[in-house]
Design a protein around this ligand. Structure first.
Ligand SMILES: *[C@@H]1O[C@H](CO)[C@@H](O)[C@H](O)[C@H]1NC(C)=O
Ligand SMILES: *[C@@H]1O[C@H](CO)[C@@H](O)[C@H](O)[C@H]1NC(C)=O
Ligand SMILES: *[C@@H]1O[C@H](CO)[C@@H](O)[C@H](O)[C@H]1NC(C)=O
Ligand SMILES: *[C@@H]1O[C@H](CO)[C@@H](O)[C@H](O)[C@H]1NC(C)=O
Ligand SMILES: *[C@@H]1O[C@H](CO)[C@@H](O)[C@H](O)[C@H]1NC(C)=O
Ligand SMILES: *[C@@H]1O[C@H](CO)[C@@H](O)[C@H](O)[C@H]1NC(C)=O
Ligand SMILES: *[C@@H]1O[C@H](CO)[C@@H](O)[C@H](O)[C@H]1NC(C)=O
Ligand SMILES: CC(=O)N[C@H]1CO[C@H](CO)[C@@H](O)[C@@H]1O
Length: 849
């Protein structure tokens, strides 16, 4: 074919001297051309997924990566989190959840590639975008622009990570799994705010990265003018119109949002799999060859790792693998089917540019030819409401609105993005507020509690006084979420001694939340939200004649991680005004303020298991409830099982929790999301954005909090909570899965399962099939519904249709006591209750173990 165009000029970024690093594994050269990444001389179509290593524990990494591989991924992508790898300048940390080398090697053992996004700016809804806070205090520093101190530190960290990977032989040329690296991150979105310094910085970042001799290509995402040889890549919900800045670079999509992140005070966003599959299919249809799901597994923001402001502890992201490591169906299964369909077209996709053909209004085909009569095709209907029948290559095809069909032989449709045939699961442990039959629960109702009440105001001898309101981050250096601002108000007027005086107190804060106490009594709580963390708190207060105390507990909920100059965005109280109800205002902002960083309980280390029996703790029969600034402690036994646990904190207000000394993150169930914005069922058709599909309106963003199984042990475990607003700890419970409810609904007309696709000649003779499988070694213990004919309803609500034959015994025979089973959807196996009609099979089953 004479279709080879500009991309045919192969652009070798780096020459690799093979044999040099040959002691380990097989070394591979990674280069690229205008069509694709080229690995050992072969152009590749690659599916990638983001998994951030510190958002789960090392014990579950192999399982997460195995599930990613089974889901059809070729590449695992992660950021590198500078602030945890270098908590103090020059002191490095690569242990536990931060063992980057172990993570990369775990991916390697599974036989997958790694895309290492070193950054060092990560964003990622991670505290301070991944920058260490000490960076902020280097004299003269300006982040992410052409500033000498910043460039020096950034280069040092980039080199540190590259050297670490080289020492461990982890680059592809050394026999390792790393095939791609990233420098900076989404800088194009903010570059304008940095003026000429921004452009110079981009050039410097690219040169610096390339000079590090990684032997793999570098990418910059959202960076239109990424200098050669760095590849500019696309991030977004859709990237099918994206073209790189040079015909010698491949079309790559580094962040395809599988859902969206969660913030306290917001409803839970989700992205229907039909739309996600549509976006991916369109990207490959129009010439893309590398795509990454952000996230494929989101996980948990343990400790104080969440970014901000107000990013929730759950980083579930509606990803194909849920926060707890369970496969999210049908998302995972439908995408797996899509990846197999695209893989089936790989030889065509890397061989030629697609030829576009209009099939009508909002209807088009893209055909990839190997020879004039050997081709693969994608047929798209990108209309957001009208289904269509199209004629292509002499055949007629039905195309639902907002869908793409994949035809690896230009003839047979093996996949349509809107037609989900994969297994579905009921009862999402990560997000469901209702307890399903397959969840085991253990309540703390009869637990014995101890507590420790924080003093209101200054508690230690390291407080300091100054006559102005201080910015919080500069003051705490993020060693704590908390800063006490205290002052006194002297009422010296004609009022009689002992008489109270009414006043109006106006507190203004840059964020993120604050408790206000007058004369040690709580008078108000103010807070912002993710999009605007600032707030104003106006309270009517009563003051005594003489001296009154004003104590403000200002709280941070994750440092900003995004936006131009986000690193100097401040927090804390900036104005306090006392309004006399009759007379003039008094500005207390420049009064004498005494400050104390952190809580006394933090200073004492109450979260530390070594203090579990300390006399600091008060024990008694009446546990204080609905009390602000209080620490609670108890011991608990975990529900039996091997899987992950969650803790239901719906009865608590806002705070942080520790299990056996490990912080499971900040909680804030008292913050309800707006009651509107959710719809019963979200239509996947039409352009998606992060506000389109929301659930749990009017409810807390998060009530269930993840506890990794490796953080607990048989026998007594220690739970410590610091409650800031007021809650009832006796209503806390622990949950774990004891099984799964699974189901599937497949029609005779549906394509056969993905792994039956090869070769196409065999595919044509295959029939549709239902496949069911359990996770975690569970087995199918009962079939709760099975009907062949015209069953109606959805998973959980199936009922037999007008045409029905019970196939219960056939299904039981095939499935009971098995971890997985398959049933062909055909009359020859199941009988024919209504000849001539299109029939389907619906099954619901229970896994347990
Ligand atoms: C990269 O390799 C080149 C050529 O081998 C060498 O001159 C240069 O010093 C290397 N740079 C680094 C940072 O290792
Ligand atoms: C497509 O064709 C089928 C079969 O001929 C027909 O039943 C259906 O109504 C058509 N749909 C559209 C949107 O034209
Ligand atoms: C107060 O000071 C003493 C020594 O001067 C020190 O040991 C102690 O830890 C300090 N306490 C607090 C709460 O800062
Ligand atoms: C008010 O009380 C505080 C705390 O007891 C004290 O530090 C301050 O000096 C007093 N102010 C006045 C004006 O008496
Ligand atoms: C923190 O302090 C630095 C250096 O003193 C200053 O440049 C910066 O503006 C301060 N940050 C905020 C948010 O006030
Ligand atoms: C606290 O007391 C319990 C029960 O007496 C004991 O099992 C545990 O080891 C003690 N913990 C510490 C840290 O001393
Ligand atoms: C908790 O205390 C607040 C303020 O004192 C009060 O408004 C609220 O009703 C109390 N809630 C419960 C459940 O007791
Ligand atoms: C390229 C692209 O679509 N980027 C978008 C990614 O998502 C964020 C958040 O919704 C948008 O602001 C970007 O424009």
């Amino acid at each position: 074919m004479g279709r080879l165009s500009s991309w045919a000029v192969v652009f070798f970024v780096i020459l690799v001297f093979e044999g040099y690093f040959c002691e380990r594994g097989l070394s591979a050269t990674v280069t690229y051309d205008g069509k694709a990444l080229v690995i050992d001389g072969k152009r590749r179509v690659l599916q990638s997924g983001s998994i951030h290593y510190p958002r789960s524990t090392p014990e579950v990494w192999p399982e997460l990566i195995r599930k990613s591989k089974e889901g059809g991924l070729d590449v695992i992508e992660t950021y590198v989190f500078w602030n945890y790898h270098e908590p103090v300048r020059g002191e490095y940390y690569f242990e536990g959840r931060f063992d980057l080398v172990r993570f990369v090697k775990t991916v390697q053992q599974a036989g997958l590639f790694v895309h290492l996004r070193i950054g060092p700016y990560a964003c990622a809804e991670w505290n301070y975008g991944g920058f260490p806070l000490w960076l902020h205090f280097i004299p003269g520093i300006q982040f992410r622009t052409t500033n000498a101190p910043f460039k020096e530190e950034m280069k040092r960290f980039l080199a540190k990570i590259v050297d670490l990977m080289k020492e461990e032989n982890l680059f592809a040329s050394q026999g390792g799994p790393i095939i791609l690296a990233q420098v900076e991150n989404e800088y194009g979105n903010v570059e304008g705010a940095y003026g000429i310094g921004g452009a110079l910085y981009v050039k410097w970042a690219a040169e610096t990265a390339v000079s590090l001799n990684t032997t793999v290509p570098w990418v910059m995402c959202q960076q239109q003018e990424a200098p050669d040889p760095v590849i500019n890549t696309c991030n977004g919900f859709y990237c099918d119109g994206f073209k790189p800045n040079s015909p010698s670079k491949p079309t790559m999509w580094t962040e395809n949002y599988s859902g969206w992140f969660l913030s306290y005070g917001y409803a839970i966003p989700y992205r229907p799999v039909e739309d996600l599959a549509f976006a991916v299919a369109r990207f490959f249809e129009r010439g893309g060859t590398f795509q990454n799901y952000y996230m494929y597994f989101g996980g948990t923001n343990f400790g104080r790792t969440a970014g901000g402001p107000l990013i929730a502890t759950s980083y579930d992201y509606d990803a194909p693998i849920d926060e707890y490591g369970f496969i999210r169906q049908p998302k995972w299964g439908h995408l797996r089917d899509l990846h197999l369909a695209i893989k089936q077209c790989e030889e065509y996709l890397v061989n030629a540019d697609p030829v576009q053909q209009s099939l009508g209004r909002n209807l088009e085909a893209h055909v990839y030819y190997k020879t004039s009569n050997d081709c693969a095709a994608f047929l798209a209907n990108y209309d957001s409401s009208s289904d269509a029948n199209v004629t292509f290559n002499g055949n007629s095809y039905f195309l639902p609105a907002w869908s793409v069909s994949i035809l690896p032989d230009c003839r047979n449709v093996i996949f349509n993005t809107a037609k989900v045939v994969s297994q579905r699961n009921l009862g999402d442990l990560a997000l469901s507020h209702s307890i399903s039959v397959s969840v085991r629960e253990l309540s703390l109702a009869s637990a014995t509690w101890s507590w420790y009440k924080e003093k209101v105001g200054i508690w230690g001898n390291n407080s300091f006084t100054t006559s102005k309101l201080l910015e919080q981050i500069n003051t705490t250096k993020d060693t704590s979420d908390f800063l006490w601002y205290t002052t006194s108000i002297n009422v010296d007027d004609n009022a009689k001694q002992g008489q109270e005086k009414e006043a109006l107190l106006l507190v203004q804060s840059l964020g993120h939340a604050a408790l206000v106490f007058v004369n040690k009594k709580l008078v108000g709580f103010g807070y912002g939200n993710h999009d605007d963390p600032s707030f104003v708190l106006g309270e009517k207060i009563s003051l005594n004649h003489g001296n009154n105390t004003l104590d403000i507990m200002s709280m941070m909920i994750g440092l900003q991680n995004y936006g131009p100059w986000f690193d100097i965005q401040g927090a804390g109280i900036y104005s306090v005004i006392l309004g006399d109800l009759k007379k003039a205002k008094e500005d207390l902002s420049s009064a004498e303020w005494t400050y104390q960083v952190g809580l006394e309980g933090e200073y004492l280390g109450l979260d530390n298991p070594n203090l579990a029996n300390s006399s600091l703790w008060t024990q008694g029969s009446a546990t204080p409830i609905n009390h602000s600034l209080i620490w609670y402690k108890t011991t608990f036994f975990v529900p039996e099982g091997k899987g992950p646990l969650s803790m239901n904190l719906a009865s608590m207000g806002k705070g942080q929790a520790w299990v056996n000394g490990q912080s499971i993150g900040r909680y804030w169930p008292a913050y309800l999301s707006p009651s509107t914005g959710c719809s019963e069922k979200c239509d996947y058709r039409g352009t998606y954005d992060s506000f389109k599909c929301l659930k749990h309106c009017g409810e807390p963003a998060q009530t269930l909090y993840h506890i990794p199984r490796t953080w607990v042990h048989p026998g007594e475990n220690l739970l410590v909570l610091h409650e800031e607003l007021g809650g009832d700890p006796s209503k806390i419970s622990f949950l774990t899965r004891s099984g799964q409810e699974i189901c599937s609904h497949v029609s005779e007309a549906d394509p056969p399962p993905a792994d039956a696709w090869k070769p196409m000649s065999e595919f044509v003779s295959q029939t549709a099939e239902i496949r069911l499988s359990c996770e975690q070694g569970w087995r199918i213990t009962s079939i709760t519904f099975a009907s062949f004919g015209t069953p109606t309803g959805d998973c959980g609500t199936f009922s037999p249709g007008r045409c029905h034959t019970s196939v219960l015994s056939i299904v039981q025979q095939a499935c009971i006591d098995k971890q997985g089973c398959s049933i062909p959807v055909s009359t020859s196996q199941l009988g024919d209750p209504c000849p001539g009609e299109l029939k389907s099979l619906a099954i619901e089953a229970l896994c347990s173990g």
